[in-house]
Design a protein around this ligand. Sequence first.
Ligand SMILES: [Zn+2]
Length: 265
Amino acid sequence: MIDTHCHLDGEEFREDLETVIARAREAGVTAVGVPGIDLKSCETVMEICRRYPGYCFPMLGLHPEEVRADWQEVLQRIKISLTSHLSPLTSGIAIGEVGLDFYWSREFEEAQLQAFEEQVRWSVELQLPLMIHCRKAQNEMVNILRRYKDDLPGGVFHCFTGNVLEAQELLRFDRFVLGIGGVLTFKKSKLPETLAKAVPLERIVLETDAPYMAPVPMRGQRNEPAYVAHVCRKLAEVYGITEKTVDSVTTANAARIFPSIVNKS
Ligand SMILES: [Zn+2]
């Protein structure tokens, strides 16, 4: 299994990262994508991924909730990190986590739109896939992506929790997949039906979004990459297939979106 989205740089892992990684390996996780959210986190992400070469892979970007008045300057510096680490083991494998989030605040709405579009342009320019976070902003996000549709290398719509129509709209971006995590296992989630109805397994990658979003039966605890196995198990139930098949198909999907994960691991 590949955990395509895991915030291993978080405070929550400072004390026991070594054992968290050991448990992930034990659970059958073969690679972990680690997204940055701001300048400082991008640095920590690179540092952690250097400690686990071929296992933890950095993604660099400015998260929509971290967009402030200084976003242009911040983006300039993140771009330098993205393009200046020439060693293939330490360079970013994706641009993320980027996107739009109008759930908490629209204070920086215009800046969020501009910062996202700028990072979408990087994806085209550097041919690096996108790791996209989107909350209460699917129309705006889709409008921006459409402008670059033919030239984008692909990416992940991370933490997908939408309905059938929203899934179909996203899947029209044919080199993109949906990131599915703990929400799938929540008791009231409509996601199982939505996926079964509208999303082929070939368009899904696994993720934890750890330390957040721990799946049942760990709900409410700190999430960690090993728990991606619970998401895999639930997907097997949803599609009526074995966990082994979910593992191999979603791993192949992740490898298609993030070719450097395979090349480097
Ligand atoms: Zn995230």
